[in-house]
Design a protein around this ligand. Structure first.
Ligand code: HEC
Length: 132
């Protein structure tokens, strides 16, 4: 009698309980890939201070230490009028492909090959935050 009960229990385990409750653990879908990082102005500021400050100035006013040697000078991003005349598209292209790609100074380097996507979008958010 006890043997029969044990057999029944084993049968129940193998045929029902294990497949039902263990299978989802074994065959569960792989976890979704980590969400793409969200661009933000704080990150953009550090990107700017690392890569852009020498020409554009720590405040983005166009008065970086290297600006004296540049002609034309980098624009003053703290001026709302400058912000208004540079569209998002133009800013994006200038940063990715360099000044020459938007008909500006070729002294403005192309960053598309150096900076990560999230850094490019973050630095734009930072620049836009300068004249607000
Ligand atoms: C070697 C100096 C230099 C560095 C470094 C530099 N820039 Fe520039 N940038 C310039 C110059 C010069 C211009 C063009 C000014 C002009 O022709 O009116 C310019 C233009 C731009 C423009 C277009 C603005 C406009 O007036 O249409 C953007 C946006 C810009 N830079 C962003 C950046 C960002 C972001 C970085 C860093 C990732 C950076 N720059 C690094 C020199 C530099």
């Amino acid at each position: 009698m006890r043997r029969l009960q044990r057999l029944r229990l084993a049968f129940l385990l193998n045929s029902f309980l294990l497949p039902t409750f263990a299978a989802p653990l074994v065959f569960a879908d792989p976890p979704p890939p980590a969400a793409a990082p969200v661009p933000d102005a704080v990150r953009g500021k550090s990107v700017f201070l690392t890569n852009c400050m020498t020409c554009h100035g720590a405040k983005g006013d166009g008065k970086g230490p290297a600006a004296a040697a540049l002609d034309p000078k980098p624009a003053n991003f703290t001026d709302p009028a400058v912000q208004a005349r540079v569209s998002d598209k133009e800013m994006d292209t200038a940063i990715r492909k360099g000044g020459a790609a938007v008909g500006k100074s070729a002294a403005m380097p192309a960053w598309g090959g150096t900076l990560k996507e999230n850094d490019i979008r973050s630095v734009q958010l930072f620049i836009r935050s300068l004249a607000k």
